[in-house]
Design a protein around this ligand. Structure first.
Ligand SMILES: C[S@@+](CC[C@H](N)C(=O)[O-])C[C@H]1O[C@@H](n2cnc3c(N)ncnc32)[C@H](O)[C@@H]1O
Length: 259
């Protein structure tokens, strides 16, 4: 099945995104581990950095690295500049040529973005172009496995068919990666549990994810009723991601198990 594009207006979403979303520790930890091998002043690039959640979290671990992020939405970047002022920001489209020099980055990563990228062939080739030889590209995304396991789908089941249409499949990502000489080094699951606190439930009610914003109002309302019932039972919210680690030519595979 070919992918369908479901546009999200991040310019309008930016203020809500800024107060409802933050970096989750189960994604920060594997990214932070990759920083340990980098020399001071190595460039770390976040593609689709949004409000800078992950740049801020990583800069706390390794303040001696150079952080850069780009995003298609200027309002998201304005929030990022407030949240992580130590990074440099650019407005750019991940489906087109990146405004980044050849072989300049020691780590490129992207979190929750590739379902918005129209031209994955260009995105992969640009990632490969900007990576230093032997360095790492990490896509933090979702897969059919994580869609089916995470609480978002449990409480809002109508989201599943939307996600299956808008996300690239793992085999299609593999084809794009192979075409530009990137090798899949590891596929990792990142998972954590979030208490269904009043604050978290308020964020869900504010439609804190692009998938929730695509739901018909009656499905969102029905899902919120299920969330409140689960909150009353003392349940927690399950968050799951798939991390795809790619190595550029000449290595990049040390320290990880093979996929
Ligand atoms: C779900 S948010 C993720 C933001 C950030 N990576 C994070 O995890 O908090 C998706 C981001 O992708 C950006 N985006 C969408 N299409 C893009 C494109 N073609 N090029 C660059 N960024 C894009 C949006 O503006 C938004 O900031």
């Amino acid at each position: 099945m070919s992918r369908q594009h479901f546009p999200t207006d991040y310019d309008e979403f930016a203020p809500t995104y800024a107060w409802t979303r933050s970096a989750v520790p189960w994604v920060v930890a594997p990214l932070a581990q990759l920083l340990t091998a980098l020399a001071p002043r190595t460039v770390v690039l976040d593609v689709g950095c949004g409000t800078g959640n992950y740049l801020r979290a990583l800069a706390e671990w390794r303040p001696d690295l150079l952080y850069a992020g780009f995003d298609i939405s200027k309002p998201m970047l304005r929030e990022a500049a407030k949240r992580a002022p130590q990074a440099q920001y650019l407005a750019a489209d991940g489906s087109r040529a990146f405004p980044i020099c050849n072989q300049s980055c020691g780590l490129v990563f992207t979190v929750d973005v590739i379902h918005h990228i129209d031209n994955l062939a260009t995105c992969f080739s640009e990632c490969a172009r900007v990576l230093q030889p032997g360095s790492r590209l990490v896509f933090v995304t979702d897969s059919e496995e994580t869609f089916r396991q995470r609480s978002l789908t449990k409480f809002f089941p109508e989201i599943l068919s939307i996600e299956l249409q808008r996300y690239p499949s793992l085999p299609s990502l593999q084809q794009h990666a192979s075409a530009v000489g990137l090798q899949l080094l590891a596929r990792e699951r990142a998972e954590g549990w979030i208490p269904l606190s009043d604050e978290f439930v308020t964020k869900l009610a504010a439609k804190c994810s692009s998938a929730m914003r695509l739901l018909a109002p009656e499905y969102h309302a029905a899902g919120m009723a299920r969330v409140r019932e689960a909150q009353a039972r003392g349940e927690q919210w399950r968050s799951c991601y798939t991390l795809l680690h790619y190595g550029s030519a000449f290595g990049g595979g040390s320290g990880l198990t093979s996929a």
